[in-house]
Ligand binder design. Structure first.
Ligand code: SAH
Ligand code: SAH
Length: 228
């Protein structure tokens, strides 16, 4: 369960884009604290996230928006200033361990002045997306997009990319091909390097099958030409 909280957003385009992102990345709840723009005008930027926008909860206080949530994560482009514990930040890729807890709230600030120190202090963590130190401030909806994508990745990361059978076949053909050109025992490194590169580089089962087919054809052709 994930709740996105926007505090006093000023641009309707941002609110619309964010509703669309909520749909893209399956965010369950959108809360908006005292919007400074017209929510109805945001609809034209929300595409198929329109229903999310229409069912967004508009609330008067920050506290209301956080009610019922567990871990609360504020965000800011100002972070890690020396000696400022409040602004000690976590990075997007560290979210995966935190996301395992229930009812996480992700809090984004105003386009003009971000979140106040008081608002940040009511959250459990501060998250910073590292960017050009000379200009680390992202557009609000872009920042939301990066964070939601990171959470999406963490949720789907554990999926194995290919079957054990494919891994065995990649191993088998790497070894066979190496056997064809091997001159000394040192050439063993060629087999290891090829196998590792293939396993690392292949993205899914379909790609694995195609590469295996390619290696098999290469091997068959080699055998065939050897006989001539
Ligand atoms: N009908 C769409 C237009 C396609 S999105 C609209 O309503 O705006 C425009 C471009 O954004 C795509 O061509 C692609 O380059 C990029 N894009 C959008 N979603 C993407 C995704 N999930 N992965 C990769 N690129 C994407
Ligand atoms: N001048 C403001 C700009 C806020 S940008 C300030 O510096 O605080 C609007 C919102 O986008 C921020 O409150 C934060 O929620 C998000 N944001 C922008 N850039 C970010 C970054 N690099 N890391 C994390 N959040 C960011």
């Amino acid at each position: 369960m994930l709740r996105l909280v926007l505090v006093e957003p000023e641009g309707e385009y941002n609110v619309g884009f964010i509703a669309r992102l909520c749909k893209n990345f399956e965010v369950n709840e959108l809360f908006i604290v005292r919007p400074k723009c017209n929510i109805n005008s945001a609809i034209k930027f929300s595409a198929r996230g329109e229903d999310i926008l229409r069912s967004a909860k508009i609330v008067d206080t920050y506290e209301e928006a956080l009610q019922g949530t567990g871990i609360k994560i504020a965000t800011s482009s100002i972070a890690n200033n020396k000696g400022d514990i409040l602004r000690k930040a976590i990075f997007p890729w560290e979210l995966s361990s935190i996301m395992k807890s229930e009812r996480v709230a992700l809090i984004f600030g105003r386009e003009s002045v971000g979140l106040t120190r008081e608002e940040i202090s009511k959250a459990d963590f501060l998250l910073f997306i590292p960017a050009n130190p000379a200009y680390p401030t992202l557009n609000l909806s872009h920042a939301v997009g990066i964070v939601l994508y990171e959470i999406w990745k963490a949720k789907h990361e554990i999926k194995p990319k290919m079957t054990k059978e494919s891994i065995d076949l990649l191993d088998k053909y790497s070894k066979i091909l190496y056997g064809l050109i091997r001159k000394s025992d040192e050439d063993y490194a060629l087999y290891i390097a090829l196998k590792r590169a293939l396993i690392k580089g292949i993205n899914d089962e379909e790609e694995a099958r195609t590469v295996i087919k390619f290696l098999r054809k290469l091997y068959t052709k080699f055998l065939h030409e050897d006989k001539e």
